[in-house]
Design a protein around this ligand. Structure first.
Ligand SMILES: Nc1ncnc2c1ncn2[C@@H]1O[C@H](COP(=O)(O)OP(=O)(O)OP(=O)(O)O)[C@@H](O)[C@H]1O
Ligand SMILES: [Mg+2]
Length: 425
């Protein structure tokens, strides 16, 4: 269009120029004849030059187009993604070598056949609808199957997971859809294996916690019952001996002092035995329940570390099953240990609250808070253990801590998984 316009303008200027020259040379008819010959000659040479330039331009453009076609063809042939192009009737018009490999089907066989042959039957109708819907909107490309795994069907009938995107182009008034896809069988298998090994590790960790808890309970019982009772019996015997010897003529102050020392030694042993047994696993956790065990833990913590604890246990009629009681107890224990080791806190807020659907444990302190950097991997297992215990009961853990604002550990457990099933709901 632009070329034609400039041609017309050049022609008009040429015509005006000739007219001017004719006016200047009006005296001689012979000169006018020569003028016409010269003008036509120049015009012919000029037209030939323009035509040559134009022809060269077309040749260069054609060479460029065929070069970019060759490049595109080579990319389509060598890419590691399978590429299929379909027309509006969803028949295959392009099938690259990777598509041949992925679908185990030669291009000669695939081209002209419907796309549905490479889609598992249960997805065919939905897929056709989606391609048609995509064709009606103005988006030129988008990923396919967002948030779910898509499946392809190989020529030999094997299904496999894919990741795909689709784009649309207009070609001579008709639309073409190009699907670029990748076989993700290996990735899906690796993810499944990873998930399986994660679940196995979780199960192993839960089992280890459980076995360890049983072992600790056994040691605590043995210390408390067997050795504790033996020491109590020893104490009674020493007291009885003291009483008997007091009436004997040979009894003197030294013997009395020695017996008193023996009694106080036995007492100290009984006290430390109880403490060691309780640190293993407080007997009241099994005998008197979670609330009593928390009382003991709080008293012991306040006495030993002189950190004030404000405690609210408001669990209504909820009776904890043994696993949940142990988990909550151990989580509080870890939170307290962390406060002593990391927080430099002066007060702690502990609350255990239950409503119709969940049970919430919150342990917060007014200490320095966690440093922004995470604890070195492989060196901090306390909070990991807290997460595992909560996860085993279907619960979740959250931590709220910024430097200098204290540290708050919150554990939410579903009521259903913590309540004793034999007890009233
Ligand atoms: N109450 C707290 N105040 C400040 N920082 C805390 C508190 N509790 C935990 N942290 C931070 O979180 C990190 C992880 O705690 P975690 O209990 O997992 O490991 P740890 O106490 O360092 O070691 P472990 O418990 O395995 O003996 C701690 O190293 C500490 O930096
Ligand atoms: Mg810890």
């Amino acid at each position: 269009m632009q070329g034609a316009l400039s041609g017309v303008i050049v022609l008009a200027l040429w015509w005006l120029g000739i007219q001017q020259l004719r006016l200047l040379c009006s005296v001689s008819a012979v000169l006018q004849g020569w003028l016409w010959v010269a003008a036509v000659g120049h015009a012919s040479v000029f037209a030939a030059l323009v035509s040559l330039a134009r022809h060269r331009q077309i040749l260069l453009a054609e060479a460029g187009t065929s070069l970019s076609h060759a490049r595109l063809g080579s990319i389509i042939r060598t890419t590691t993604e399978a590429i299929l192009t379909i027309d509006t009737a969803q028949r295959i018009v392009l099938f690259n070598p990777m598509a041949e490999h992925v679908f185990r089907c030669p291009a000669d066989d695939a081209i002209g056949s419907p796309l549905t042959r490479f889609i598992p039957e249960r997805y065919r109708a939905e897929h056709a609808r989606q391609v048609a819907r995509f064709g009606r909107n103005s988006v030129t490309d988008r990923p396919m199957g967002a948030r779910r795994v898509l499946f392809g069907l190989r020529a030999d009938g094997e299904e496999f997971p894919i990741e795909a995107s689709i784009s649309q182009t207009e070609d001579n008034e008709s639309k073409l859809f190009t699907v670029v896809l990748r076989d993700i069988t290996e990735r899906v298998e690796a993810e499944a294996l990873l998930q399986q090994s994660r679940e196995e590790l979780r199960a192993l960790s839960a089992n280890l916690q459980h076995v360890r808890e049983i072992e600790k309970g056994r040691v605590a019982r043995a210390l408390h019952d067997d050795i504790g009772q033996t020491l109590s019996a020893l104490k009674m015997d020493v007291s009885a001996l003291d009483a008997q010897l007091a009436a004997h003529p040979a009894y003197n102050a030294d013997i009395g002092a020695q017996l008193t020392r023996m009694l106080s030694l036995v007492d100290r042993n009984i006290a430390s035995l109880r403490r060691i047994a309780a640190y293993q696993r407080p007997v009241m956790l099994d005998d008197l329940g979670l609330a009593a065990a928390i009382d003991w833990l709080v008293d012991d913590f306040t006495r030993r570390h002189r950190i004030e604890v404000s405690q609210t246990v408001d669990t209504g009629d909820l009776i904890f099953n043994a696993d949940a009681a142990t988990a909550v107890f151990r989580i509080i224990e870890e939170a307290f240990t962390n406060i002593v080791r990391h927080a430099s806190a002066s007060t702690v807020d502990l609350s255990l609250h239950a409503d119709d659907s969940k049970c919430t444990l919150r342990v917060g302190d007014n200490g320095v808070g966690a440093a922004s950097l995470p604890a070195p991997i492989g060196k901090a297992f306390g909070l990991l253990g807290v997460r595992e215990r909560a996860h085993a009961l279907g619960g979740r853990v959250s931590i709220d801590s910024r430097p200098e604002t204290g540290f708050v550990l919150t554990v939410v457990l579903p009521r259903e998984s913590v309540r004793e099933k034999d007890a009233r709901p």
